[in-house]
Design a protein around this ligand. Structure first.
Ligand code: HAM
Length: 541
């Protein structure tokens, strides 16, 4: 039996009614705050997330669904880039061939060292490629004219473009060096990724379509996102986000603390509208890039005596991006992390004032919050305000939504001018999980079950059902149509099972009289109603 892939789910009725209820309610809220919908592609160029979300984040380094668009694999560009990167070494190409899709191989030798080296360029770093390279190394005998130049030592080197597929590091094996080539290659390659989040895509669209020409943009989206995480309750590999972004030129006021507070107040309204109580808004300011530099330096110093005892990820982060140490989930590391300084101590004057004003407005409009000085969020683009809403009923995955300000993101993605922004994304799966409402209470049941009774009655019943359904928009009736092969008892059972309010009998006598037996299923009350009055009667008017 073929099942849905790990970490994905089918959303089935009646639960889908709950999803639709949530989406309709949030659309209403977005309308009231003058947000407009944007729909961006489900996959984007990998580089967008590497640059936008950050290479050191868990999302980019471990969780993305990335693949290479083989058709645009550009071997000459990669070889050229590699040659440029190794200008100090002299090598000569002695042959090449293409053993498979996404792989190209180049044999070369080094004059100085007399070591032959097989260099394989690949867009992948998986077992298949490693095996192919190992085999090539073991079989390599070099062209006869060069054999006397080097010893029998043959090494393998795998060159893969950056950003790289997940886990490539861990595949390094004896005698094979894995090398990442930053820059040049991916300009001509087509590395694509299923979007793990939507902010980078929205900002990309903002730049691509010059949305700044409209001033302040208030955009929202609803759609699936993809992360290769370990599935558990509330955590899926395909999950849904409801998100919003406010972005625009500085002159449009997009950097104002008023926008931060407005967005948080919108969230409080939105959660109330869908029926979620007992949420906690956790708030922090992560400062601006200059604050981050001093903070990272302070972290490095504080970590120096302890970092060796920490997990491998943290040891790497301590060098590349110490802030990301706060994302660590390893229990043994937590006591060390608890002693680290927090960003609040490093905020400059402007960031402090901005944060204070966000809090002032929240107090003025009556949105409660708690400050969490260790909240840094798992994405690199945040500046200043960062927040999460948590909900107790969710268990381990208790963040129902997260967001924050990202004042430098647009520039880092190539915007010709600054475009400060702020946004959030709600985990829709988690929102639905924490809803007190049951799917049954929002699922729409049929108003009437039209039951043809006897041979030839399907036609008459179809006419009656059509009249009732076309009554829209005067009355929005949900009509279920039965079948003439059903006996009366079976029609009643079917109507009951689907929770219809009325059953309407279409038999020969009814058709002749042009009036139909209409029975209210809960009370058992039955009346005969002329055709023209059916809809009104079913609606109870
Ligand atoms: P995020 O915190 O990575 O932020 O995700 C936002 C929310 O998506 C989380 O709080 C959680 O509810 C939900 N979520 C994340 N991963 C999963 C998963 N594997 N399964 C189920 N739900 C999940 C962002 O994505 C940012 N783009 C938010 C943002 C918008 N910041 C500024 N603008």
């Amino acid at each position: 039996m073929i099942k849905s892939p790990r970490g994905t789910r089918d959303l089935l009725p009646p639960d889908t009614a709950l999803w639709n209820f949530v989406e309709a309610a949030v659309r209403d809220v977005f309308r009231a705050y003058n947000f407009h919908e944007i729909r961006t592609p489900i996959f984007e160029s990998t580089e967008l997330f590497a640059r936008g979300v950050g290479e050191e984040t868990d999302i980019v380094s471990k969780e993305m669904f990335t693949w290479e668009d083989g058709e645009r694999f550009d071997r000459p560009a990669l070889v050229d880039a590699w040659r440029r990167a190794h200008t100090g070494e002299s090598f000569e190409e002695v042959g090449s061939y293409f053993p498979g899709e996404g792989i190209t191989e180049l044999a070369c030798f080094y004059d100085e060292t007399h070591v032959a080296e097989i260099v394989m360029f690949s867009t992948r770093a998986d077992e298949v490629v490693m095996k192919a390279l190992a085999e090539a190394v073991s079989k390599f005998d070099g062209p006869p004219s060069h054999l006397n130049h080097f010893s029998e030592t043959v090494r393998g080197r795998l060159v893969i473009p950056s950003p790289v597929p997940a886990n490539s590091e861990s595949m390094t094996e004896d005698g094979i060096v894995i090398e990442k080539l930053h820059g040049a290659f991916h300009k001509s390659s087509q590395s694509l990724t299923l979007r793990p989040e939507n902010t980078a895509g929205v900002v990309r669209a903002y730049i691509e379509h010059k949305l700044w020409e409209r001033g302040l943009n208030k955009l929202f989206y609803i759609g699936p996102q993809f992360r290769r995480e370990r599935p558990q309750k509330g955590r899926y590999r395909q999950f849904y986000q409801i998100g919003a972004e406010i972005i625009g030129p500085a002159a449009s006021g997009s950097q104002s603390p008023a926008r931060d507070a407005e967005l948080l107040e919108l969230l409080a309204t939105l959660l109330e509208r869908v029926g979620i109580k007992d949420w906690t808004l956790e708030l922090n300011s992560v400062g601006c890039p200059a604050d981050r530099v001093t903070f990272n330096e302070a972290l490095r110093q504080a970590l120096a005596p302890a970092v060796e005892k920490m997990c491998g990820d943290c040891q790497r982060r301590a060098v590349t991006n110490p802030l990301r140490i706060f994302d660590c989930k390893v229990p043994e590391d937590q006591p060390i992390i608890a002693t680290l300084p927090t960003i609040g101590q490093f905020l400059d004057e402007d960031c402090r004032a901005h944060y204070a004003e966000v809090k002032n407005i929240l107090q003025a409009v009556g949105v409660p919050y708690v400050e969490n000085p260790r909240l840094v969020r798992g994405l690199d683009y945040y500046t200043r305000t960062a927040f999460e809403f948590t909900h107790g009923a969710l268990g381990a995955q208790n963040a129902i939504l997260g967001g924050g300000r990202y004042d430098g993101l647009a520039e880092s993605l190539g915007s010709p001018q600054p475009a400060p922004g702020i946004g959030f994304a709600i985990g829709e799966d988690r929102l639905v999980l924490s809803l007190a409402a049951t799917a049954d209470s929002v699922a729409r049941k049929p108003d009437v079950y039209v039951a043809p009774l006897g041979a030839g009655m399907n036609r008459e019943a179809a006419r009656v059902a059509r009249e009732l359904r076309r009554h829209y928009p005067a009355a929005d009736l949900v009509v279920e149509l039965g079948d003439e092969t059903f006996r009366l008892k079976k029609s009643f059972e079917a109507a009951d099972k689907m929770g219809a309010r009325y059953i309407l009998i279409v038999g020969e006598n009814e058709v002749k009289a042009d009036a139909f037996a209409l029975k209210h299923l809960a009370s058992g009350e039955q009346v005969t109603v002329p055709r023209g009055e059916l809809a009104r009667r079913i609606l109870g008017k």
